[in-house]
Design a binder for this molecule. Structure first.
Ligand SMILES: [Zn+2]
Length: 360
């Protein structure tokens, strides 16, 4: 099929499909059990963001009127307040990363891109984290000729690689991340969506829409289906899983855009004679106290579950509604996921800082 743009007066087309159709992806219905599980990962991500939040985009010195009232530690701005985590099919949290554009003087060091590059590199290390039963299940599948999950444990993984070396082309790496779910705090760009397609990531859940990305995740999902060489992840806004912060962040950003249009807008940054006005950039919005407030209350839901006020919709913790639920016999239950998320949060704060705690 030749892909070309045309307009029949009723809308623009790409190939034989209307663009407006390509820009939306209906999310398949999910059960309340599954939604609860997704919320745990979403709130873990919000918690990590809150802990590492840094509004000092132009350095530690100087004033930041839009971040007043927040108590972030003054430290070097290494990148934007955007993070991502990867979750295996059994529910294990494999890894996380932050945006590090500033650290590397690059506009491409996005949280998802950094995370995906490491997932490819980790290969069997992250596979080893998966449980024994799952390995055996996969091994049995291998023997019966069923396609394997390459994120299974090391023994199977080793054999899978071995078999692949002998029987498949080198392009089998294109399935390496199949069945991985990425949770990202901001809707993915073309680069990161492209990388996810190259690894055949199953799903990407995002906590905030990025109007600047032109629905690229949805477009790729719709185009890369059927018999195409690449498979793009299903893009899912976290609101589908009952994460209220999705709407809160979106509203706060719209409000911010209105506020900065005022003729008496306050500076974003002041230092001596230097006076920088706020920009419409979403990453600038993420440096404001309005954004921080949302992250902080989400982090509270994640970490202080026992003290969470009665009567409010309860996202997590000891009052999980579906704690015993597990999507497959070898997967973690929701309660185990919650426990693992809590441990992961503690571990990353202690050892991982804004990047991976993995050492190899
Ligand atoms: Zn990106």
């Amino acid at each position: 099929m030749t892909i070309e743009s045309q307009d029949d007066g009723e809308g623009r087309y790409l190939g034989d499909r209307r663009l407006s159709e390509l820009m939306t992806v209906p999310v398949p219905p999910t059960t309340p059990e599954e939604q609860e599980r997704h919320r745990i990962y979403c709130y873990l991500l919000l918690y990590l963001l809150n802990e590492h939040w840094n509004p000092y985009k132009y350095g530690c010195e100087g004033e930041y009127p839009w971040a007043e009232g927040t108590n972030a530690r003054r430290s070097t701005y290494l990148g934007h307040n955007i993070a991502a985590i990867a979750v295996s099919p059994t529910g294990r949290i494999v890894d996380f990363d932050f945006n590090h554009n500033e650290l590397f003087n690059s506009s491409a060091e996005h949280a998802e891109a950094r995370l995906l590059r490491r997932l490819f590199a980790l290969g069997k290390q992250f596979a080893e984290r998966l449980d024994r039963e799952y390995i055996e299940e996969e091994f049995n599948k291998m023997q019966s000729g069923i396609e394997l999950d390459p994120t299974a444990g090391s023994e199977t993984h080793h054999k899978w690689w071995y078999r692949s070396e002998n029987t498949m082309s080198r392009t089998h790496f294109g399935r390496t991340l199949a069945r991985i779910t990425i949770y990202t705090s901001l809707e993915s760009c073309a680069q990161c969506s492209g990388m996810m397609a190259l690894g055949a990531v199953e799903k990407v859940v995002y906590l905030q829409a990025d109007p600047g990305q032109n629905h690229i995740g949805a477009i790729l999902f719709n185009l890369n289906g059927g018999n195409t060489a690449f498979k793009s992840p299903l893009p899912v806004p976290a609101s589908e899983y009952g994460v209220a912060e999705y709407t809160a962040l979106s509203h706060a950003y719209s409000k911010y855009l209105k506020q900065i249009q005022s003729s008496r807008v306050k500076s974003f940054y002041k230092m001596g004679d230097e006076n920088i006005l706020p920009s419409s950039s979403l990453t600038t919005f993420l440096c404001t106290s309005a954004a921080k407030k949302i992250l902080q209350s989400a982090a509270y839901k994640f970490s202080r579950e026992k003290e969470y006020p009665v009567g409010l919709p309860f996202p997590l913790g000891s009052r999980l509604q579906y704690g015993d639920w597990q999507p497959s016999p070898t997967a973690l239950t929701n309660r185990e996921v919650w426990g693992a998320a809590e441990l992961f949060a503690q571990g990353t704060l202690r050892y991982g800082r804004r990047g991976t705690p993995h050492r190899s």
